[in-house]
Design a protein around this ligand. Structure first.
Ligand code: 6R9
Length: 662
């Protein structure tokens, strides 16, 4: 047998151990140096080439990029395509209809397998169903589903008829769902009765009911997938509005011809947290997005569609689920695993058992998951045969070198490349990552921009730096870039393009992340530089949680920070001032119920780890809360510079209060 191990070199600097690709991996690799060379020679021609190779165009494009309306880009503007056709029909027509598209496993252990032919047939029916419910090109459809095949089917059906989906993560509350429905003015909501989570049914339809009860709505129908409650009659049912997915789909035609839509036809809106309380509806369109999703999925994951079994553990409610569960893998004709439940149900080894059972070869997950497996101990994964794995990926937050090395060694059997992929909801696809088989890998660094992607680490003035710490900027438009914030063009310009508006060659994109360029030119991501927190790889805004807290009758004022946390990366820590008339209640009951209140308002992912009751908050003279000082306190550090506080004694008082309650 050939030795598949990568060779490792260690030099003096801390954490600069590097792993060169094994000769065997390199020999079979999808990616090659040529990609960098081609992109270097002619960036636009490179993307045009990739797009022609990876995508079926109903009408071929002749223009590549129109940046004259910067910062709104048009990619492949005069071309036409159908995104769903690219993910489905064309694989069937190419003779791959019998290839498995989805191996689905429910948390209770029920399974379903869908080949490309079967998935295509399901999506055709679903497209007809949507049309029969009055959904037309450009209409918005909200999708609030668990990780079941219908989530994928629904997204593709919406795309197939040129409508726009807005997937809302099933863990979001009725309140958050309603805000997203209203902002996008969705006509239809597709949901399920409930889903399985940790051995119990977690209800979904009741949350949609609650969302729609809050006054006039644009929603005309609710399509409900039967998943978790066989006795559906227990659900509240609004006649004429609510429809069972299975009953309706049985009545529609099985044939559906996909027509081409223009390359810039909106494909989806996905809400993400920003620096204000109101989530931003990030808008993505079709041709450029699909090109980047397919290109990155193929090259970063070294996809061999005939033999690989790929598993991305992200929920479809996040961008990673959009680009690397639905659009990238299906455009590439991949076989993948879709799993409904949590990693620890019914036992702590569930993921590893799934990898063994399905022979998963490529695993893409988040550092927070890796760190919690690390904590639980290597003997759990070691109970399963993980030898099928040949490539591992990481996304969502910085991965510390220890976790990277553990991932490679314990899960990757000391031999698999690990790709750390940096990107965002806004970028649509991966931007910075090693290319397996080509680039050496380095624990903890996302490393190098992909071919066709231009990034710089810049100083405060926007000047690129050779090495050292700065801000991450994307200096040239890229195909998968967001096209705007739904309904708020000014906020789009202001948030992303105003910081480096005066760059010599047109505006540069401000990512909101701090970054370091090391001596080798590799990029390390250092976390957000704005008021966005990253908890278990999920983006949360401090302002959003603060406004949920002050909506509670007890709370007069609130400040929220992301404090570093061993497992989740960051954790939400809140400081609240209680209204005088509720102080007695709070000192008797404690403030713990406020944690539940936040979870109810936004979703369980936003539940604060701690809520501290304080009498004052640290503010500057202009009244801005200095969260940096509260973060010092929450992380048990010495409090930093307090000279700009209006009242410099206030931090001592807060520190005493917090220590008393600890
Ligand atoms: C894909 C996704 C984006 C933010 C981003 C950054 C952080 C993502 C990372 C990473 C370090 C990585 N982030 N990947 N930080 N290394 N490999 O996660 O999108 O939910 O929009 O979050 O996540 O801070 O700005 P999204």
């Amino acid at each position: 047998m050939t030795d598949t191990r990568e060779s490792s070199t260690r030099d003096n600097a801390a954490h600069s151990e590097r792993f060169a690709p094994s000769a065997e991996f390199a020999a079979g690799a999808v990616a090659s140096r040529d990609l960098y060379d081609a992109a270097e020679a002619d960036r636009l021609e490179f993307w045009a080439d990739q797009s022609r190779q990876l995508i079926h165009w109903h009408k071929p494009f002749t223009e590549v990029l129109d940046w004259s309306g910067a910062p709104v880009a048009r990619w492949f503007g005069d071309g036409e395509l159908n995104v769903a056709y690219n993910c489905l029909d064309r694989h069937v027509l190419a003779g791959n209809g019998d290839r498995v598209a989805l191996h689905w496993e429910g948390e209770p252990g029920d399974t379903r397998t869908l080949t490309y032919a079967e998935l295509t047939a399901e999506v055709k029916r679903a497209a007809n169903l949507l049309t029969s419910l009055g959904i037309r090109h450009g209409d918005r459809v909200a999708i609030y589903l668990p990780m079941i095949p219908e989530a994928v089917i629904a997204m593709l059906a919406v795309a197939r008829i040129g409508a726009v989906h807005s997937v809302v993560f099933g863990g979001f509350s009725a309140e958050s769902l309603r805000a997203r429905i209203d902002d996008a003015q969705a006509k239809l909501v597709i949901t399920a009765d409930g889903s399985w989570r940790k051995g119990k049914v977690s209800p979904l339809k009741p949350a949609v009911d609650a969302a729609l009860e809050r006054g006039e709505t644009t929603v005309e129908h609710l399509l409900v997938v039967r998943r978790a409650w066989p006795d559906g009659e227990k659900l509240n049912w609004v006649q004429g509005r609510d429809l069972w997915w299975d009953e309706e789909i049985a009545q529609v035609d099985a044939d559906h011809v996909a027509r081409g839509f223009e390359a810039e036809n909106p494909l989806f809106i996905l809400y993400t947290s920003g620096t204000t309380g109101k989530p931003k509806g990030i808008l993505h369109t079709s041709g450029g997005y699909l090109t980047q999703a397919a290109f990155t999925h193929r090259n970063v994951f070294d996809l061999h569609p005939e033999s690989d079994v790929y598993w991305c553990t992200a929920d479809v409610g996040w961008i990673t689920g959009h680009s690397y569960v639905v659009y990238g893998p299906l455009a590439n004709g991949a076989t993948q695993l879709l799993y409904e439940g949590t990693p620890d149900a019914p036992g702590p080894g569930r993921w590893w058992e799934l990898i063994e059972k399905y022979g998963v070869t490529i695993l893409y997950t988040a550092p927070t998951a890796i760190r919690s497996f690390m904590k639980a101990g290597r003997d759990i994964p070691e109970r399963s045969d993980l030898s099928s794995l040949r490539l591992l990926g990481s996304v969502g937050e910085p991965i510390n070198p220890e976790a990277w090395l553990w991932y490679r060694s314990v899960i990757g059997g000391d031999s698999t490349p690990v790709v750390d992929t940096w990107w965002q909801t806004e970028t649509g696809g991966i931007m910075i990552s090693a290319l397996p088989g080509v680039t050496e890998t380095k624990p903890g660094a996302a490393q190098v921009p992909l071919p066709g992607i231009s990034v710089e680490v810049v100083d405060d003035a926007g000047e690129p730096i050779e090495h050292g710490d700065g801000l991450l900027a994307v200096t040239k438009p890229w195909p998968g870039m967001l096209r705007g914030i739904w309904g708020d063009p000014e906020r789009y310009v202001e948030t992303y393009w105003s910081r480096f508006a005066d760059a010599p060659d047109g505006p540069w994109y401000f990512a909101g992340d701090g970054a370091r360029k090391d001596e080798d030119g590799d990029i390390w991501l250092l976390g957000r530089v704005d008021d966005v927190m990253n908890v278990s790889g999920h983006r949360l805004s401090t302002a959003e949680i603060e406004s949920a807290l002050v909506a509670h009758p007890w709370v007069a004022e609130a400040a929220v920070v992301g404090a570093s946390d061993e497992t989740t990366g960051q954790a939400v820590v809140a400081f609240v001032i209680i209204r005088a008339r509720h102080r007695e209640t709070v000192s008797a009951e404690g403030a713990d119920s406020l944690r539940g209140h936040v979870a109810e308002q936004i979703g369980a992912i936003a539940r604060p780890r701690q809520v501290f009751v304080v009498d004052e908050l640290p503010k500057t003279r202009s009244g801005k809360i200095m969260r940096r000082l509260l973060r010092d306190l929450a992380e048990g550090r010495e409090i930093g510079d307090t000279t700009t506080l209006a009242d410099t004694t206030v931090m001592q008082i807060i520190t005493d209060e917090v220590n008393d309650s600890r």
